[in-house]
Ligand binder design. Sequence first.
Ligand SMILES: Nc1ncnc2c1ncn2[C@@H]1O[C@H](COP(=O)(O)OP(=O)(O)OP(=O)(O)O)[C@@H](O)[C@H]1O
Length: 267
Amino acid sequence: MDLNREGGARRPEPPRSGEPLFACENISLDLGGREILRDISLSVGRGEVLGIIGPNGAGKTSLFEVLSGRMPPKSGRVLFKGRDVTRLALHERSRLGIGRTYQTPVVPEELTVGETLKAARQAYRPFLTRHHAEWGAELVRFHIDEERPTANLDTLDRRKLLLACLLMRRPPLILMDEPAAGLINSEVDEFDDLIRVLSKEMNVAIIIVEHRIELLDTIADRVMVMDAGEVISEGDLARVLADPKVHAAYFENVEEGTLEETQSHAA
Ligand SMILES: Nc1ncnc2c1ncn2[C@@H]1O[C@H](COP(=O)(O)OP(=O)(O)OP(=O)(O)O)[C@@H](O)[C@H]1O
């Protein structure tokens, strides 16, 4: 694919040194009377991939809810291009260029593929053209069968269709919550390649939550580990995997052996 060809809503912007594209500072969140996130800070620059890992219930998805605007934090700030977006709703952040994908690829099952792409084009102001939609679909290698009901798509194609709808806007930042969930290994490799193209060739910043830690070895520039609502370690993958705090968190929460398998991949 010719990535320099015009496509999408925005042209990629060059990296600016100094200021991160996206950051959160000291985020805390309570739900149902419980503290779910405590004092979380992170930042990501253009073209950078930050991986977030942590045992079940660590608070990864809750953090995405706050970063994307679905849940207001109890305290702390979310910053995009230096602007405080903490009070902006999901759709307002989305319009600014903060894209998000979800663990479960929910497509509008009453629509066809063509109708879904059209709805995505018309959700943008000014409306995007068919060219933008075709460009997004081509990027994720999704074949557009206009008349096909989205209800008939398998998990991979559902993920691709939703990503095409997102990518046609050319968001400078994408929050990806377990994009490989439900995919087989060869399909996961395809997503790996896509993430590399988006980040390293198109300069998109990506924050990715991933359970399969070994996947982050090939795509993440940095990794942040969460446990019980807190950041317990961060840095390159090999470094965090050698961190005793990470060992403790995993051995208390996941099956024995998982971390060793992961470390052998990362070595
Ligand atoms: N709406 C809610 N009300 C109350 N508690 C919630 C709510 N949503 C999540 N939680 C709790 O917050 C904690 C963090 O959940 P979260 O889904 O963010 O973790 P996670 O790291 O994404 O887990 P997983 O890897 O299993 O997806 C869990 O204890 C969960 O039960």
